[in-house]
Write a protein that binds this ligand. Structure first.
Ligand code: FAD
Ligand code: NAD
Length: 473
């Protein structure tokens, strides 16, 4: 096959968040960039992940609000869920964001976009059907896909994934979800609130990346939403067919449903990439990548989910920035140098940034202090009638803020207060120094910070000092 030969500064494989940020950054610095995309521009986040799931959750939370409205004296009745209209709002959200990630926009930035599957043909060469690109640097940003767990009989069933679930034309009557990570919990709550009978099966710890006391709040809410949550039991066997599936658990119990969704983790998309031709090595976890995102071929870098450092869109974007800083600004930057916030957009939302209590103790030992403040003592939360959750601050020597954890309404946005402090290496004092508007949920960080300093500010020394000063006034 004859292909056009191109020389470029940068070749990028995959136009998801990681590949797009990297390509845009390099092109805006005047570098010649070729971007390969075998599927949809925007990758998982736009088409099959963050955007559709948040739009679906919005419909679900609206339904929930209508059901709950009488508590606030608002008499409303939920007549029906128009799933076709729900799907339209999902498509509209994707369509509204799509121009940011589009081929036209990237071509406008000067990127050559090749809508074909790419593979390595040498240490510095990547080829697709129509072009062969020799580049000074190559970025693999090929993402991950849903892992279908190895359960006897499952491969014979129509298993939904985060890609196919958006094509459902009607609400699943009864949905079995394998896995209670962020995907299982967000989609489980969404479908339950829209009217599906949902069962989530989780062999390990649900929402394991979040503080257990915060995760527990979500699990309670899921139960109130009518979700059946089975934990600590592994699915052993799957049987049935389209419209009637059955999962048998290790203890012999069985669960039946009309649909089944795999939300049991991800696997790297490395197939057909020809990594051997480039000397790029993998291990059981995927690509071998250092803290500056270099693979075992130092001219080939990895960004986003495929780098194996976590699966978040903003982390993928950060990887793009790290690569641009290292390659084109000569600013040595490690991908681990920033706290990465994460959130689960269920009700109540969960969020965290920085270290957990356990991680902080492992690194900083006895210097670690943990300070809590509940929304039950936040006037806005009380006025809103939703006092679930609170915040946990994890701090180290000199009150340096090491981690922050939040659960409760708007925790997903509030976490950025703490995240901003941590990004500049700040302390708990930075949270107490701000004057917070009253009544806001954001005050909770100031109150938690205030609690940290309580003994110092109002302790015996401060009392004595106040007494002495009083004597002279
Ligand atoms: C249901 C769901 C909800 C999510 N919600 C959130 C959320 O709320 N917030 C959040 O931060 N993250 C969320 N995520 C995670 C987020 O979607 C991913 O972290 C993000 O999409 C990773 O971006 P990426 O660029 O690494 O990979 P991807 O988005 O997967 O993009 C990789 C691209 O590479 C292309 N590709 C692969 N191989 C080749 C090849 N050989 N040649 C050419 N092209 C190739 C693929 O077609 C794909 O378009 C969610 C994920 C899912 C599944
Ligand atoms: N709000 C967000 O930021 C958001 C939302 C969705 C997804 N994501 C990202 O997408 C990625 C994937 O999410 P996820 O929830 O699929 O993965 P995950 O790895 O976080 O959770 C998967 C869960 O499946 C369980 N599991 C493993 N094997 C199983 C089996 N055989 N049967 C049933 N359960 C099994 C695991 O114990 C785990 O709890 C993550 O990186 C996540 O960060 C982020």
């Amino acid at each position: 096959m004859s292909r056009d030969s191109i020389r470029a500064d940068l070749a990028v494989i995959g136009a998801g968040a990681a590949g797009l940020v990297t390509s845009a950054g390099a092109a805006m610095l005047g570098r010649k960039v070729v971007l390969f995309e075998a599927g949809e521009m925007g990758g998982d986040c736009l088409n099959y992940g963050c955007v559709p799931s948040k739009a679906l959750l919005t419909a679900a939370h609206k339904a929930h609000e209508v059901r709950q409205a009488a508590r606030w004296g608002v008499q409303a009745e939920l007549k029906a869920i128009d799933f076709a209209q729900v799907r339209k709002t999902i498509s509209a959200a994707i369509a509204a964001i799509e121009p940011n990630d589009s081929q036209a926009r990237f071509e406008g930035l000067g990127v050559k976009v090749v809508r074909e599957r790419a593979r390595f043909t040498g240490p510095r060469t990547v080829a697709s059907d129509s072009v062969s690109v020799t580049a000074r640097r190559i970025v693999i940003a090929s993402g991950t896909r849903a892992r279908i767990p190895a359960i006897e009989g499952l491969d014979a069933l129509p298993v939904l994934t985060n890609e196919s679930i958006w094509s459902l034309e009607s609400l699943p009557q009864s949905l079995i979800i394998l896995g209670a990570g962020p995907i299982g919990v967000e989609l489980g709550q969404a479908f339950a609130r829209l009217g599906s009978q949902v069962t989530i099966i989780e062999p390990g710890e649900p929402l394991a990346r979040f503080e257990p006391e915060h995760a527990a709040l979500v699990l309670e809410t899921l139960k109130a939403d009518g979700v059946t949550l089975i934990t600590g039991e592994a699915p052993m066997r799957a049987s049935g067919g389209p419209g009637a599936v059955e999962i048998t658990l290790a203890d012999g119990r069985s669960v039946t449903g009309t649909h089944i969704l795999a939300a049991a983790g991800r696997e790297p998309v490395l197939d057909g990439l020809g990594l051997d031709a480039a000397g790029v090595q993998t291990d059981a976890g995927g690509l071998i990548v250092d803290d500056r995102l270099r693979t075992t071929n130092k001219r080939v870098l990895a960004a986003g989910d495929i780098a194996g450092k976590g699966g978040l869109t903003h982390l993928a974007g950060w990887h793009g920035s790290v690569i641009i800083r290292n390659l084109y600004f000569g600013l040595p930057t490690r991908q681990s140098s920033q706290p990465i916030p994460q959130a689960v957009y269920c009700d109540p939302p969960l969020a965290n940034a920085g270290l957990t209590q356990g991680q902080a103790r492992e690194i900083h030992g006895a210097k670690v202090q943990v300070t809590r403040w509940p929304f039950a003592d936040n006037d806005r939360a009380i006025a809103e009638g939703d006092t679930r959750g609170g915040v946990i601050l994890v701090s180290g020597k000199g009150a340096k803020l090491l981690g922050a954890h939040a659960a409760g309404a708007r925790a997903d946005d509030l976490i950025h207060l703490a995240s901003a402090v941590m990004a500049r290496g700040g302390t708990v004092r930075d949270l107490t120094n701000m004057v917070a508007a009253y009544p806001t949920r954001a005050e909770i960080f100031k109150r938690a910070g205030g609690k940290y300093y309580e003994s110092a500010v109002f302790g015996p020394f401060a009392r004595t000092l106040a007494g002495v000063l009083n004597a002279f006034h």
